[in-house]
Ligand binder design. Structure first.
Ligand code: HEC
Length: 232
């Protein structure tokens, strides 16, 4: 018979293990969070690329923030995204998070019709992240380019990625749409845009309830505004 003392030892060892280590996510690479590395253009990074898309388009009020939790799905952080989004590492096709964003049925597609749809680039980012292992990875960009800042090449993509989930064309938050040059330059020139992304002068910090823009993106927007917020 299995001696009781052995069982005690085993349970003790398990408890010790679970206290000393971060709780790993079953099936996922490594503990949480993994270390921050230099950005590799071939790799999709959860913290810099995937989380901002999901925070801007899914983890919003009335949808999948912690308070709303539509259908029990909460997409506010890594653990909740992989668990309630039923992410299967290296297999986007089997992952609920992917299925709903490429769904054909208007009753099931996410974000639901009437909200700003994900772009094909955003969908590819999510697919590639899952297929690369759905890691909780993060990187630092040593190649921050603040020399070649332009509206089309720099500003519009940042707005689309980080702002338009809530400031899209339809029913935008705060009545502020940020989907074209006229709208974005208005907010840039009146000063609110910079105040919001730098969390200064009493503005509400943007992106709302999400990680701030990178220093590099903030600096690029600042330079664009300093240069006259041109449609360049
Ligand atoms: C998750 C949703 C969400 C995202 C993403 C988001 N916003 Fe907002 N935004 C809001 C809400 C909600 C308000 C109104 C906040 C309030 O008045 O309390 C708002 C207000 C603002 C305001 C007015 C702030 C003020 O103090 O008057 C500006 C400017 C703004 N957003 C710009 C941005 C920009 C730029 C981005 C992207 C970098 C962004 N937002 C991303 C939800 C969002």
């Amino acid at each position: 018979m299995f001696p009781l003392s052995m069982l005690g030892l085993l349970v003790g060892a398990l408890l010790l293990y679970s206290c000393k280590h971060e709780i790993p996510v079953p099936g996922f690479d490594g503990p949480i969070p993994t270390e921050t590395v230099n950005c590799d253009p071939q790799t999709v990074y959860f913290v810099q690329e995937v989380l901002p898309i999901i925070q801007g388009s899914c983890a919003i009020s009335g949808c999948h923030d912690a308070a709303s939790a539509e259908d029990g799905v909460i997409l506010n952080n890594y653990l909740n995204i992989v668990n309630t989004g039923e992410v299967v590492p290296r297999n986007a096709g089997q992952s609920e998070l992917y299925e709903v964003i490429v769904e054909n049925d208007p009753d099931d597609i996410m974000p639901p019709p009437g909200n700003t749809p994900l772009t094909s680039a955003q969908i590819s980012t999510i697919v590639n992240w899952i297929n690369q292992g759905a890691n909780n990875n993060s990187c630092v960009d040593l190649g921050c380019d603040t020399l070649n800042v332009g509206y089309a090449s720099t500003i519009a993509p940042i707005m689309q990625l980080r702002c338009d989930g809530c400031h899209g064309a339809n029913n935008p938050d705060a009545g502020i749409s940020l989907t074209n040059y006229a709208q974005i330059s208005d907010q840039a020139i009146n000063g609110t845009l910079l105040d919001a992304i730098k969390d200064q002068n009493g503005a509400v910090a943007m992106p709302y309830n999400a990680s701030p823009l990178s220093d590099c993106d903030i600096r690029a927007i600042e330079i664009w505004i300093e240069n006259g917020a041109l449609n360049d």
